[in-house]
Design a protein around this ligand. Structure first.
Ligand code: MG
Ligand code: FE
Length: 168
């Protein structure tokens, strides 16, 4: 039971680091989307949701007696993903950005499903509720990106064809 709990808390720490990574990624993207107001608005909404997720996960970690520095240690684990997400200054940045965001949302979805299963097994119903709320927000964001990727792609290609600043 103790080992199970430690493994679960490790996953929770990873998820907290993932949300901090998500914030960094989206905050980097959002100001470069002046030609894509719908996408920008949706990302702004998700930044606000993600800030809420980050603080809810931090609150859970605090409740388990986990220190903030241990939280920071987990940050290193997502370096590779972070590099992939932050290096988006290519000319087709908006398309690559929506691709990366869609991928990231699905990593978040998978993470919350794992946490729901683990917290459920440990009978932590309060945590299960938090993870379910987060999961619903990630699924909604992933759905939005899926439903708008065609439009974003067409808008990008059209702007490029007209020789307008297209990438962003
Ligand atoms: Mg999230
Ligand atoms: Fe998300």
């Amino acid at each position: 039971m103790e080992q199970m709990r430690e493994t679960y808390i490790g996953w929770l720490r990873d998820a907290h680091a993932m949300e901090e990574q998500a914030l960094t990624m989206m905050q980097g993207m959002v100001n470069r989307l002046e030609h894509y107001p719908q996408l920008r608005a949706r990302i702004e909404q998700h930044i606000a949701e993600t800030e809420g997720q980050e603080s809810e996960l931090r609150r859970l970690l605090d409740g388990y007696g986990e220190s903030a520095s241990m939280v920071k240690d987990a940050m290193g684990k997502l370096t590779a993903v972070g590099q992939a997400m932050s290096g988006m200054f290519a000319s087709d940045e908006v398309v690559k950005g929506s691709l990366a965001s869609y991928t990231f949302e699905h990593m978040e979805i998978a993470s919350y499903r794992i946490l729901i299963a683990a917290a459920g097994l440990l009978s932590d119903t309060q945590a299960v509720e938090v993870f379910r709320r987060c999961l619903a927000e990630e699924e909604a964001m992933a759905d939005w990106l899926a439903n708008h990727s065609g439009e974003i792609t067409r808008q990008f290609l059209t702007r490029k064809e007209m020789d307008m600043p297209a990438g962003r």
